[in-house]
Design a protein around this ligand. Sequence first.
Ligand SMILES: Nc1ncnc2c1ncn2[C@@H]1O[C@H](COP(=O)(O)OP(=O)(O)O)[C@@H](O)[C@H]1O
Ligand SMILES: [Mg+2]
Length: 270
Amino acid sequence: MSDSQNTRLAELEAEILALKSELLHAQKVASVGMLATSITHEFNNILMTVINYAKMGIRHKDPATREKAFDKILAAGQRASKITTGMLSYARRQADRREPTDLVNLLEDVLVLVEKDLQMHRVRVETRYEHKPQANINASQIQQVVLNLIVNARQAMANGGSLIVTVRSNIAEGFGEISIRDTGCGIPAEQLKEIFKPYYSTKTRDSQGQGGTGLGLALAREVMESHGGRIRVESAPGKGTAFTLKLPLAGISQAVIPVAPAPPITIPVA
Ligand SMILES: Nc1ncnc2c1ncn2[C@@H]1O[C@H](COP(=O)(O)OP(=O)(O)O)[C@@H](O)[C@H]1O
Ligand SMILES: [Mg+2]
C-alpha cells in the first residue's frame, strides 16, 4: 500500500471509531428518553407529597405534626435528588477508561431510573445480591447495557410479571456476573441466534414511536466484547428469558466480601 493509502486507511479507521462512539451515545440518550414519561410521573408524585405536607405543616402548629411534615418533605426531596443524580450520571459521556466498580451500586443506580416505569407496567422487581463484586469496567457503558436489558425485559412482559436481578462473583472464571431474568414471552430457539445482530427487532413502534431499533443487544455485545467479558442468554418461550453479563473481576480479594445474608461461597482449590 502507498503512503497516501495508509493515511486514508488510518483516517477511515478513526472515523469508524468516532461514529461508533456517537452511536453508543445516541442509543443511550434514546433509551433514557423512553423513561421520560414514568420519571415525569414520579416527579409529579414527589411534588404532590412536598406540597401536601408543606400545607399540613402550615395548618397545624403542634410540633409533632410539623416534625412529621418536615420528615416527609425531606424524604421526598432526597428521592428526587437521587433520581436527578442518577439521570445525570447516566447521561454523562465518560472517557473510554475502565476502573474498579462495584456492580451492586451500579445496578442500584440503574434501578432508580426504571423503578417507576416497571411499577407502571406491573412488573415486580426482586434483587438478589449474593456478593458485592468489583469489576474492571467503564461504568457508563455497562449501565447502558443493563438499562437496555431491563427495558427489553419489561417490553417482553406485556401483562406484568417479575424481574429478577442477580449479582454474584464467579471466582473460578474470574468474572463478576449480573443476570437480568424476566417472566416474559421468551425467545423462540430459531430467533436466539438473530437477536444480537444489528437492526434485528421483532418490535413494532408503539403509539409513542418507541421500540424496535434493534440496536440494544448489538451494542450490548460490542460493549461486552470490548471489556473482555461475555453476554449469555437462556430463554424458554412462554416462560421467560435470562441474560447474564460476565465482567472481569478487578480484585479477587474484594470479590468474596459477601453481602449479609449470604449463601456459602465455594472457592475452588487451585
Ligand atoms: N427479554 C427479552 N424477552 C423476549 N425477547 C427479547 C428480550 N430481549 C430481547 N428480545 C428480542 O431480541 C430483539 C432484539 O433486541 P434489541 O437489540 O434490544 O432491539 P429492540 O429492543 O429495539 O427490538 C427484540 O426485538 C426481541 O425480539
Ligand atoms: Mg431493546
